[in-house]
Design a protein around this ligand. Structure first.
Ligand SMILES: Cc1cc2nc3c(=O)[nH]c(=O)nc-3n(C[C@H](O)[C@H](O)[C@H](O)COP(=O)(O)O)c2cc1C
Ligand SMILES: CC(C)CC(=O)C(=O)O
Length: 371
């Protein structure tokens, strides 16, 4: 670490000082013109906070409970692939830092450490105390036996929920990766969750098949083979959010994949009021995309999210200074979040309601839904 990071964004500059630019591009990049990448962050800047005062909230809590599992902050680590690309310990370092912070980590199906080993590292980091929940992210696979095997691996590892990414009928067009010729993991690194599956390849990225063949019937099938809560990640249309609830899904991750799949879709924050209205509180909604500040977290929660996820910041912090970096990142967010709650007159996440935010230019004529 070159200097002590004072904000989430500091980690990117610090990481870039030493990271292979090809990997930095892989992390930073998005699909096509990266319009959605920029929109995600910009939307938080547009929304304003309108605080309450003299509320007497000297004692504050950032705790949340999701599917019966407790976490000490409403910020979870969104699934990101290939942590060993940027740190020799990879997901083990990330999991230790998340466990120490009491934050939920979503393990990517494309992790470079097996999910069981990640779970073990998290347990050990908590020294006997209950670690925060670990969730597992899954791309449905055309071969159902492969999907089943992955669900079994996640379940055996003690994962508390499955996050099924549904925005990837094809792999997003990351032009930076194409320009850099980055298609494979370097020698020695594998997608460890895919090792020794029926199709014989041993942990090659190629094994993760993106397919446009999936339908709601596959979600029903998944519902039938597991008792774990299922969240769909990447539902953007309110009609799909309603369908998801009808198909018995337990939660949504409102995500545009950090702008890495379909470019020019709206910022997730902008969609949040419509999605929250569509699900009518029947299932929790976790938002990710562009969250960089405690104020961003408060805005998303005020508009109806139960929690938020962070993707790139975790990769930058890990690349900069490993487990220590991710710990510091989560501490910074916790401090900012607590500070923002105090300044908004709130004592906890339950106090974060739509009255706390204002849309300066998002009037009815803009077509945006104002809560
Ligand atoms: C390097 C990188 C790898 C990612 N890998 C996955 C993945 O394996 N599965 C997935 O569902 N989403 C993946 N995502 C998307 C994140 O889960 C998340 O939706 C996104 O990064 C949130 O936006 P943010 O980076 O602005 O916080 C990845 C994102 C990045 C930047
Ligand atoms: C294709 C996956 C392996 C990673 C991913 O989802 C991403 O890089 O956005």
């Amino acid at each position: 670490m070159t200097a002590v990071a004072l904000s989430v964004r500091d980690f990117e500059a610090a990481a870039r000082a030493t990271l292979d630019p090809v990997y930095a591009d892989f992390i930073a990049g998005g699909a096509r013109d990266e319009i959605t990448v920029r929109a995600n962050e910009a939307a938080f800047g547009e929304l304003q906070l309108l605080p309450r005062v003299l509320r007497g909230n000297a004692v504050r809590s950032l705790d949340i409970t999701l599917f019966g599992g407790r976490a000490s902050m409403p910020v979870l680590l969104s699934p990101t692939a290939f942590h060993k690309l940027v740190d020799p310990e990879g997901e083990v370092a990330t999991a230790r830092a998340a466990a120490a912070a009491g934050a939920i980590m979503v393990v990517s199906m494309a992790s470079t450490v097996a999910v069981g080993e990640i779970a073990e590292a998290a347990r050990r980091a908590c020294e006997g105390a209950d670690p925060p929940p670990l969730w597992f992210q899954l791309y449905l696979q055309p071969d159902r036996e492969i999907t089943e095997a992955l669900v079994r691996r996640a379940t055996d590892a003690g994962c508390a929920a499955l996050v099924v990414t549904v925005d990837s009928a094809v792999l997003g067009a990351g032009e930076r990766n194409r320009r850099n010729g980055f298609h494979d993991l370097p020698p020695g690194l594998r997608c460890e969750n895919l090792v020794d599956l029926r199709d014989g390849e041993n942990g090659h990225v190629r094994q993760i098949l993106m397919s446009a063949e999936f339908t709601w019937e596959h979600v029903d099938w998944l519902r039938g083979i597991t008792d774990l809560p299922i969240l769909l990640k990447g539902v953007l249309h309110p009609d799909d959010a309603r369908l998801a609830v009808r198909h018995g899904v337990d939660g949504l991750v409102l995500s545009n994949h950090g702008g890495r799949q379909l470019d020019t879709v709206p910022a997730t924050l902008e969609l949040l009021p419509e999605i929250a209205a569509a699900v009518e509180g029947r299932v929790p909604v976790v938002l990710d995309g562009g969250v960089r500040r405690g104020t961003d977290v408060v805005k998303a929660l005020a508009l109806g999210a139960s929690a938020v996820g962070i993707g790139r910041p975790v990769m930058w912090a890990l690349a900069d200074s490993g487990e220590k970096g991710v710990r510091r990142l989560l501490e910074l967010l916790r401090e900012e979040l607590d500070d923002t709650l105090a300044l908004c007159g709130a004592s906890g996440v339950a106090d974060l309601t739509p009255e706390l935010v204002r849309f300066p230019s998002w009037g009815p004529r803009s077509g945006r839904v104002v809560p």
